[in-house]
Ligand binder design. Structure first.
Ligand code: K7E
Ligand code: CUA
Length: 663
């Protein structure tokens, strides 16, 4: 973009800074009754404005609002010396450490952000137990190296990475059934499924017609659909038309069948879509949105005072699809859910547009399904929508059940099942605990419902309490997934880990206690927890569960078969501490298919197969078979070696590939 002549449409950096400052001033002005906290951080935040301004100036004036706001908190929180604003913990905090030889009580599934993986974390120890590659390739599990997983990644779009945001567990009857975990890839607009018998990704869907699937959830209570929100508006179809006509761009709400992992239908809306959650009855999916202006830059997207939460009436949309009331685009039935659509002109519109303070962030539906909690982000409030009222009205007077003032930068809300909500405050770097019923009874903008605030380090995004997304949350522990760790860990260079903080949340009104800081490789957004009794992972593979066309290779089956002029199939068993064939000979240029079965019946004895110079890496669990196809393109001797330390003779567990020159 280097140019001698200044671009005339370049925003004036000072004007941009002034605008952001004004927005922040407006926010702070709204905090006329400071919510209870033990320090003078409101004053500090005002002082922090100066730093925010300098940060913005330094960055050339075009950095985002959030960056500037985070700058405030940098200053406020500096030194990590802030104390909890409430020290009245009920003294009931149990140890979060799990002694050697004992097991955690809960599984936590963390999205891996731009690592593209899912991380399995034990709760309460916060120990990382395993990683499940999803949109990334991964050596330790041979994921993206064997034929099946390579094809999975190729057919799922062929991208080399993903940006995981929202892991969601399959539900039956409003509770986790332990079958599947689903997660979205914001970057490439994909949705993946992880089979929780094997803790392996088994399907990836590249969603058509959308860019950036951001909000994502499973439909409660029975996982009839998966719902994904297209965040970035684009022309529809995006084939070169309407390039610079943003008013013709579209965001789509997508419904996916969780069994076939195919798109059932999509709904086009006015504005965009951000985060989504469903009620507990299979009727409503409720999505936040922040760009009703349909703008393409930050000034435009934050221009208006209001945005519109969109409530999708799922059975009504299904009826419209069944009645053929859609346009097919790239093979998908797309239903028109814009305001002026004929489908929205009756008393029972397919999409309700509910005005909220501008640019809200998340929607989370509380455990009994009464309310959807819309965190204000640029408004210091959480808007509670009365889900039953959506049946007859979109009018805020009818559907807004409460709007407590929780603090600055509310992003996400979670629940303990004891009538409390917990909202993360990105700008304040706090978690606000509040009373749901009190918020219904209090006036709008009241701070009365706030029970407790607790500092986190720093700038939280999602927070999750145990099983908060079920109809019966377990409470007890809560994790605040903080974006910045700053001074909480040893320096590891300029890119810091995130900081996931574990809280015991007890039963009382003021009972939060911070018990652990936990560095997390960037950047988890969200996590979800399930009691260990709700999952039953396999200890070894069942060959009848193999995906694709794979044999079970015994030592007697091991050998080399020429399958064509330029192709061979090598079959080998693996057991401690030898492969079924000590060596095999192929010809230069042959396409080699190597099929390896681990015939061990003992859990935890993994065998691998790596072939130097051929990029081959199989990781084969007991009773599993993996296969890799490659070209032996250079004559020579190539050792095949086992990559998992499986026995005292592990290093000797080798075979040879002899590639003879072709005349
Ligand atoms: Cu708030 Cu993508 Cu869930 Cu991140 S989103 S924080
Ligand atoms: Cu088999 Cu090491």
């Amino acid at each position: 973009m280097a140019s001698d002549t200044p671009r005339t449409d370049e925003p004036d950096p000072n004007a941009v800074v002034d605008r952001y400052e004004q927005q922040l001033d407006d926010l702070l002005a709204e905090v006329d009754e400071p919510t209870p906290r033990a320090d003078d951080s409101i004053t500090l935040e005002l002082a922090g404005l100066e730093l925010s301004r300098r940060d913005l100036m330094k960055a050339g004036g075009t950095v985002g609002l959030a960056t500037g706001l985070a700058g405030c908190s940098t200053w406020v929180g500096g030194g990590g010396s802030r104390q909890p604003t409430s020290s009245s913990n009920d003294g009931q905090t149990p140890a979060h450490t799990v002694p050697p030889g004992e097991l955690d009580e809960y599984y936590g599934f963390w999205s891996g952000g731009h690592s593209g993986e899912i991380r399995v974390v034990g709760i309460p120890s916060m120990r990382e137990l395993m990683r499940i590659p999803v949109f990334n390739t991964e050596g330790a599990r041979g994921y993206g190296h064997d034929d099946t997983t390579s094809e999975l990644l190729a057919e799922g779009g062929g991208y080399s990475w993903g940006d995981n945001h929202h892991p969601a567990l399959s539900e039956t009857g409003g509770d986790y059934d332990g079958e599947y975990l689903f997660v979205n890839d914001k970057a490439n607009g994909r949705i993946a499924r992880v089979d929780l018998t094997y803790f392996e990704t088994d399907a990836i869907l590249d969603v058509p017609n959308v860019q950036a699937v951001h909000g994502f959830c499973v439909q409660s209570p029975d996982t009839e659909y998966l719902f994904g929100n297209g965040e970035f508006r684009t022309p529809l179809p995006n084939d070169g038309r309407a390039l610079d006509s943003p008013d013709e761009y579209a965001s789509l709400f997508t419904a996916v069948d969780p069994e076939s992992m195919s798109v059932e239908w999509q709904v086009r809306v006015d504005g965009n879509l951000d985060i989504v959650d469903t009620d507990k009855d299979g009727r409503w999916a409720i999505a936040s949105a922040y760009n009703s202006e349909e703008a393409t830059d930050v000034q435009g997207m934050t221009h208006d005072d209001r945005d519109f939460v969109k409530a999708f009436d799922v059975p009504r949309i299904q009826q419209a699809v069944d009645a053929g009331n859609y346009e097919e685009i790239n093979g998908v039935p797309v239903v028109d859910g814009r305001r002026d659509s004929p489908l929205n002109q009756s008393d029972t519109p397919i999409v309700r547009y509910i005005p909220t303070p501008k640019s809200p962030h998340c929607v989370e539906v509380g455990p009994n399904g009464d309310y959807a909690f819309v965190a204000g982000k640029l408004s210091p409030t959480v808007t509670m929508l009365d889900i039953a009222a959506l049946d007859t009205s979109s009018d805020p007077d009818d559907v807004v059940a409460g709007r407590p003032k929780v603090g600055l930068g509310p992003l996400h809300t979670t629940f303990d099942g004891n009538g409390h909500a917990y909202t993360s405050l990105f700008i304040d770097s706090q978690v606000a605990k509040w009373d749901i019923q009190a918020a219904v009874e209090a006036d709008t903008n009241s701070t009365e419902p706030i029970l407790e605030k607790y500092d986190v380090h720093y700038n939280p995004g999602h927070i999750q309490a145990l099983e908060a997304m079920t109809t019966d949350p377990a409470g007890e522990w809560l994790v605040s997934l903080n974006k910045l760790s700053k001074d909480r860990f040893l320096d590891v260079g300029p890119i810091h880990p995130d900081n996931d903080q574990l809280f015991h949340i007890g039963q009382g009104e003021k009972s939060m206690e911070l018990v652990a800081d936990h560095p997390a490789y960037p950047e988890p957004h969200d996590c979800v927890f399930a009691h260990r009794d709700k999952l039953s992972p396999a200890k070894t593979w069942d060959p009848s569960d193999y995906k694709g066309d794979k044999p079970f290779v015994t030592p007697a089956d091991s050998g080399v078969e020429r399958t064509g002029e330029r192709s061979v199939h090598v079959r080998a068993s693996a057991m401690r501490s030898e492969y079924g064939i000590p060596d095999f000979q192929v010809k230069e240029g042959d396409e080699v298919t190597l099929t390896l079965t681990n015939i061990e019946e003992v859990p935890d004895i993994i065998h691998g197969a790596a072939i130097p110079a051929h990029d081959i890496n199989l990781a084969v669990a007991p009773q599993d078979t993996r296969q890799a196809t490659f070209t032996a393109d250079e004559p020579g001797v190539y050792w095949v070696y086992c990559t998992y330390f499986c026995s005292a003779l592990h290093l000797e567990m080798r075979s040879r590939m002899l590639v003879e020159p072709r005349e």
